[in-house]
Design a protein around this ligand. Structure first.
Ligand code: HEC
Length: 301
């Protein structure tokens, strides 16, 4: 009886593992020591800014970012947060990018001039309450990110039937999110001989998939990875970075993965700062308790 039970249990445990093994044939993404990993993690602001540029100039023509508004870019921890500070030379107060601190006051994200400029590149349709007509106006910081397609059908038609996933939380929704995104977008290689890639699809070793039905070679050596409907995007110098950083494919991939890690978890830095404060508080409290303990028991030792 017991033996049967153990057998049944072990089968139950083994079955999902076997299934999982059959499906995960993709290459493990290259691991990066991201600055935002770990309890003291923080985002490299310049990289998030560059990553936004990559998203804006390349990825946003197919991938939406529905959960973000332009103003999020200028909120505390965001890539374009700005402060009013006194210019040392002219003595006048001016608005500059940066975090609040001594003599620097955070600018409300809705009034942030950097965010306003970014938003004003887009148009939003609105109903004119006087005439009832649809009119367009420039986007404001409070508007949601512009979506590349009006609906899922239009997105699929433009992408050969495949749907470019919304990118707001993609980095959290995938295993090893930032590593995976970075490796995937730079990981396109020529398909191995014997792999029949249908038109409109591309071979990529990092995308999870099962290539056995496209593989004409040895059935025991099905290539790792899968087929993806997204054409390779990151060619050398496809963007021109404002800060002069050389736009190599791996640089753009690292930056856009950093930006997507921020969009998926914009409050990471505040949470870590809070965690640190709590840890210090607990440490001080533990010290006080220890002293109190010594005081209470001092005559009994
Ligand atoms: C020409 C349109 C297009 C552009 C531009 C584009 N993508 Fe894609 N992307 C797609 C499509 C379509 C898919 C879905 C592919 C599929 O399902 O086979 C996709 C899928 C992905 C995936 C895989 C998501 C998953 O489900 O695991 C990632 C990651 C990705 N894109 C990142 C990017 C990044 C980063 C950029 C900008 C550098 C970008 N894409 C630009 C069309 C595009």
């Amino acid at each position: 009886m017991l033996r049967k039970l153990i057998l049944a249990l072990s089968l139950m445990l083994a079955a999902p593992i076997a299934v999982a093994n059959a499906k995960t044939t993709e290459k493990h993404p290259e691991e990066v020591h991201w600055s935002f990993k770990g309890p003291f993690g923080h985002f490299e602001r310049a990289s998030v800014q560059r990553g936004f540029q990559v998203y804006k100039e390349i990825c946003s023509s197919c991938h939406s970012m529905k959960q973000l508004s332009y103003r999020n870019l200028g909120e505390p921890g965001g890539p374009f947060q700005a402060v009013t500070a006194r210019n040392h030379e002219t003595g006048e107060s001016e608005i500059v990018l940066g975090a609040p601190g001594e003599g620097k006051k955070l600018v409300d994200a809705n009034d942030n001039p950097f965010v306003k400029v970014i938003a004003a590149d887009y148009e939003v349709a609105e109903i004119d309450l006087q005439t009832g007509d649809t009119v367009t106006r420039k986007a404001r910081p409070s508007d949601r990110f512009h979506a590349p397609f009006p609906n899922e059908g239009a997105a699929r038609v433009a992408n050969g039937g495949a749907l470019p996933p919304d990118m707001s939380v993609l980095s959290k929704a995938r295993k090893h999110g930032p590593d995976y995104i970075r490796s995937l977008v730079t990981g396109y290689v020529d398909p191995p001989e014997g792999l029949e890639v249908p038109t409109g699809k591309y071979y990529n070793p990092y995308i999870p998939g099962d290539l056995s039905s496209f593989w004409k070679g040895d059935p025991r050596q099905v290539p790792e990875g899968g087929l993806i409907a997204m054409p390779p995007q990151l060619m050398e110098d496809r963007v021109t970075y404002a800060d002069g950083t050389k736009a190599t494919p791996i640089q753009m991939a690292t930056d856009v993965a950093t930006f997507l890690a921020w969009t998926a978890d914009p409050h990471l830095e505040q949470r870590n700062a809070m965690g640190l404060q709590v840890a210090i508080y607990l440490l001080v409290l533990a010290g006080l308790f220890y002293l109190a303990y010594r005081q209470v028991w001092k005559n009994l030792h």
